[in-house]
Design a protein around this ligand. Structure first.
Ligand code: PAF
Length: 285
């Protein structure tokens, strides 16, 4: 695997691959890689012949009081992990390579509506930061396929919408969430948890699964399911931001007959803010 830091170097490699007829698959990340990221590369390997991963902690998607400065950065370990997973190229740009005029004044890409709900309500500007950097990375790498984890379900939905509406020539693939044995979704931010908090954290997945079981059983009392979810998380000692049942295709409010649903939750636990979701396919009437 080769590591490059400039846009020009990425383009050179990718153009050569494409001239040779290879399908190029891209996995954008913020680094501090864990087995969840490795599974994104494994998914990528089913969709093409050449693999690019980016490692870029994107300042634009962090709020003023968030953890940008302290976000864990482990470039050497990341490089090793990507090489072992079969990645061909690691793109690790500086902030000035991506935002030469600063991230505050950059041309922005926003998916209105979708970016302002759920995560957008609690992290204003976050999803705009994500769609902007992903659009830039797509223009740099020009991949045939890009892989994103389903753990960040709203992010994936925003990116799919951006790609469709801006007619971007890239296929978006969602990869299933990787979990620890007790159900906790793998995330770089799990390392902010103390051992005691780590014991509590799987309650998020358990609560989502309980809601999903009610929905699968035909319960369409969405407000009651959401209230029970919030209550269960609070009783366990977490501070939920939201626990919400939505349509899986566009995250709007579901109707009793909606079949494809997703239950999404975000909750604070100590220094960590954990997000997770469970998709539910209900049988037709
Ligand atoms: O999911 C992430 O790690 C980031 O939001 C992404 C997609 C790499 C954009 O910075």
């Amino acid at each position: 695997m080769e590591t490059v830091t400039t846009i020009g170097a990425v383009r050179e490699r990718v153009y050569a691959w494409r001239r040779a007829g290879a399908r190029v698959v891209f996995v954008p990340t913020m680094g501090n890689l864990h087995p969840g990221h490795v599974s994104l590369i494994e998914t990528a390997r089913r969709h093409g012949e050449r693999f690019v991963a980016s490692i870029f902690v994107n300042p634009m998607q962090f709020g003023p009081n968030e953890d940008f400065a302290h976000y864990p950065r482990t470039p050497r370990a990341d490089e090793h992990m990507l090489a072992s997973a079969g990645c061909d190229l690691m793109f690790m740009p500086d902030v000035t390579e991506i935002y030469p005029h600063g991230s505050e004044r950059v041309t922005r890409v926003e998916v209105p509506g979708l970016s302002r709900i759920l995560e957008g309500e609690f992290r204003p500007g976050h999803l705009e930061g994500v769609s902007t950097v992903v659009a830039k990375l797509f223009h740099i790498v020009e991949p045939d396929v890009a892989v994103f984890g389903e753990k960040d379900f709203q992010q994936l939905t925003v990116i799919r919408r951006m790609v469709a509406e801006l007619c971007m020539r890239v296929e978006i693939v969602g990869a299933p969430t990787r979990r620890d044995a007790d159900g906790l979704a793998l995330s770089s931010r799990n390392q902010y948890l103390t051992p005691a908090e780590r014991q509590l954290a799987p309650v998020i997945y358990a609560t989502l699964e309980a809601a999903a079981a009610r929905l699968r059983g035909g319960d369409a009392q969405f407000a009651s399911i959401e209230r029970s979810g919030v209550q269960a998380l609070e009783e366990a000692g977490l501070r939920p931001d939201y626990f919400s049942v939505r349509r899986a295709d566009d995250l709007s409010a579901p109707r009793p007959e909606t079949r494809a649903l997703v239950v999404l939750a975000a909750a604070r636990l100590g220094r960590a803010r954990l997000i997770d979701n469970v998709q539910v396919a209900r049988p037709g009437s």
